[in-house]
Ligand binder design. Structure first.
Ligand code: SF4
Length: 703
């Protein structure tokens, strides 16, 4: 392939990390990124956090994959295998592109020939562009006639999307986070925006300083609580109890908006009946928040002129994640706090393009724009467009795919830019599944823990090396631009998907990224008025837009909802306990998550010099009182154990962690937190319970 060399200059782009979608100016010198600054984008107004500003040199890391690799014939597939830049050539050998692509495609074809579509699956990536997400799901669906295609949205907000689709007919946010500046009352629940959406957090703090009432609800303390009028540190896993108590107050004290409900909402009577037993007094011992505080928060939220709710994975990553979100939806619908500036529902999306990848159909139950694969008319439309019979049933989700591999079903996989060997729950199980595959193709920029298990590794391009669109948590579509050349023989992800598609007989012929975008847009009414040319001209456009020139609609559902009858629906909830409760053997609650400096499985930020210098080693955080009680010492090596595994890491004192709890970030491959987590799924969103399992801690044995 012809190599593009980029000149030294400053390139306008977008941050590759979280869902905030900060616009950046990337300065390049001698073919390397030397500085990143914030631009005046609608999501960041020149601001950047530590990741966006300093987390860029992973792009030029000496650990980048630069040549295609194929597994040596005699190399064992071992779930315990650990590879690094000095020993990987004992397992893999370098190959030409021709050989690697031929092997990659042949293995997929072989499994398709043996088992049909049921024998294959693909994981795309929320880090890739919209065009990559679109082509990846098209490749799996058109190439193999299966809907077994998913990505890490399954692990972050799948339950939010399930509840939002059911309740209001749309899985995206109803208002941008900057809407907090118009709100009188802001609720932030199960989210730590200071760590995970730092620039969004600045808007929330600004709003609080301007006089909005801020309520922060989280089982751990956090810095945002310094700005809060109410800080509700509730018992982990008791979200439904707390939220139903708030709903009980809204209903029993008549704080609901009957006019709004009559005009727009179904299910209120059923909620009224269900909620009767959830009095604040009855729920106080369950959630740990006193009844009077629950009443005050309910009154504040309901009586404020404009109230908005933000939530994160503390809400979604539970076996009752969908129920948690149903409660939040019910709060907004009973009070009419939706569809106006300063009101609404905003699940803070994690990765830079998790919104866009989901919109583009990179999930097993829907085509682009959340159109069901099980609807015969929609299926027929895509069969027409793609010229083959497609799978009429929803496919398997991330964790279900791992289970299916071990049950002898799926035998070949194509993984683009995802790292399930770090991100999936119960890692011993997940890595065993990856090892059991007959054929695994991994396309990535680093030799990730998932790539250790591959048969063929395709070196791909980093965010800063390619063109593409990305959709942030606010539904704002923005262009990321190449500013440096890819190292060695690495090639753009889009080219690699097209190469594989052609080798399995799809005869794709795309002239470039804009053409893929336009094809994707032709299947998505949400992007109807947002052409590639418009994005080039306007920079950022929020979807949906009413015409080719009108600004996108930031606030949705002022008049009606995108459901069959235009009405929203409340779904009442019951108490469902966490899947694994503490007991005498495992007396603590383990929760996992991210940290400010490291992003997700750490593949990028652990290789960013500044970020890794700040947080260089795996830690488990515990309240100082608990450390003393357990006879442990800060800084010592400890073993944390659950029913699924054990890891050794350094003990850190952290007053934010409530007593009875442990917190471990999941970015450290030296001590993978997901060796410990529980793979039990929420029945609706199929999201695992990363936020709660039973654990114990002890001093590490000295070797
Ligand atoms: Fe990047 Fe998110 Fe930080 Fe903005 S807030 S600079 S998008 S990581």
């Amino acid at each position: 392939a012809t190599r593009t060399v980029y000149p030294d200059e400053t390139v306008d782009s977008v941050c590759p990390f979280c869902g905030v979608g900060c616009l950046t100016s990337v300065s390049v010198s001698d073919g390397k990124i030397v500085k990143v600054e914030g631009r005046d984008g609608p999501a960041n107004e020149n601001r950047l956090c530590v990741k966006g500003r300093f987390g860029f040199d992973y792009v030029s890391s000496p650990e980048r994959l630069t040549k295609p690799l194929v597994r040596r014939e005699d190399a064992p597939k071992d779930p315990e295998l650990k590879l690094n830049p000095s020993n990987y050539l004992t397992v893999f050998r370098e190959a030409s592109w021709e050989e690697a692509l031929h092997r990659a495609a042949d293995g997929l074809k072989e499994s398709y020939g043996a088992k049909g579509g049921a024998g294959l699956a693909g994981f795309g990536s929320a880090k890739g562009s919209n065009e990559e997400a679109y082509l990846f799901q098209k490749f799996i669906r058109q190439g193999f006639g299966t809907n077994n295609v998913d990505h890490c949205t399954r692990l972050c907000h799948a339950s939010s999307v399930a509840a939002l689709m059911e309740g209001i007919g749309s899985g995206a946010v109803t208002a941008p986070f900057s809407s907090a500046l118009d709100a009188d009352c802001i609720i932030v629940i199960g989210a730590r925006p200071e760590q995970n959406h730092p620039v969004a957090a600045t808007y929330l703090k600004q709003a609080a300083q301007r006089g909005a009432k801020l309520v922060v609800m989280d089982p751990r303390h956090q810095g945002l609580m310094r700005f809060a009028d109410y800080a509700l540190v509730f018992k982990p896993g008791s979200d439904v109890a707390m939220l139903n108590a708030i709903l009980n107050v809204i209903i029993t004290e008549g704080l609901y908006d009957s006019q709004y409900i009559a005009a727009h909402v179904d299910g209120f009577e059923a909620l009224k009946e269900k909620i009767a037993d959830f009095t604040p007094e009855a729920m106080e011992p369950v959630c740990g928040i006193d009844a009077e505080t629950l009443r005050e928060v309910a009154r504040l939220y309901a009586k404020s002129g404009k109230s908005i709710i933000f939530w994160g994975m503390g809400v979604s990553q539970h076996v009752h994640g969908t129920d948690n979100v149903r409660c939040l939806i019910a709060m907004a619908l009973t009070t009419g706090h939706i569809g106006r500036p300063g009101t609404g529902l905003h699940p803070l999306r994690g990765q830079n393009n998790v919104q866009g990848a989901s919109d583009a159909g990179l999930i097993p139950q829907v085509f682009p724009d959340y159109r069901s694969v099980e609807d015969p008319a929609i299926l027929a439309e895509f069969e027409d467009a793609w010229g083959r019979t497609l799978d009429p049933q929803r496919g398997l989700t991330v964790v279900e795919i791992m289970d299916d591999i071990l049950a002898g079903g799926i035998e070949a996989m194509y993984v683009m830019g995802e790292n399930p060997a770090m991100s999936d729950p119960d890692q011993h199980h997940a890595r065993k599944a990856l090892t059991s595959l007959k054929h695994l193709v991994v396309q990535d920029i680093f030799l990730t823990e998932t790539a250790w298990h591959a048969d063929v590794i395709l070196p791909a391009t980093a965010h800063a090396e390619k063109l593409g669109t990305f959709t942030n948590t606010n539904r704002q579509v923005q262009i990321g631009r190449p500013c440096v050349s890819a190292p060695g023989e690495a090639r753009p992800d889009l080219d690699l998907i097209i190469e594989l598609a052609n080798r399995v007989g799809l005869n794709w012929d795309y002239s470039g990224v804009p053409e893929v975008y336009e094809e994707m847009r032709s299947h998505m009414r949400s992007l109807e008025h947002i052409s590639w040319d418009r994005l080039e001209r306007d920079g950022t456009v929020t979807y949906p837009a009413d015409d080719d020139h009108a600004p996108g609609n930031e606030i949705l559902f002022g008049q009606s909802f995108p459901t069959s009858d235009g009405r929203a629906r409340i779904v009442p909830t019951d108490l469902v306990p966490p899947a694994e409760l503490p007991d005498a053997d495992f007396p603590l609650v383990l929760t996992t998550g991210r940290m400010l400096e490291h992003w997700h499985t750490g593949a990028m930020t652990r290789r960013a010099t500044v970020l890794d210098a700040i947080e260089p080693e795996p830690v488990v955080s515990m309240h100082p009182k608990e450390i003393r009680k357990a006879g442990l010492e800060v800084g010592q090596q400890v073993r944390v154990e659950t029913r699924r595994g054990t890891i050794t890491l350094t003990l850190r004192a952290d007053r934010d962690v409530s007593t009875g709890m442990l917190f471990i970030p999941f970015c450290f491959q030296e001590a993978p937190a997901n060796f410990l987590t529980n793979p039990q799924l929420d029945p609706f969103g199929k999201i695992p319970e990363f936020k709660y399992c039973a654990a114990r801690i002890a001093p590490a044995m000295l070797e």
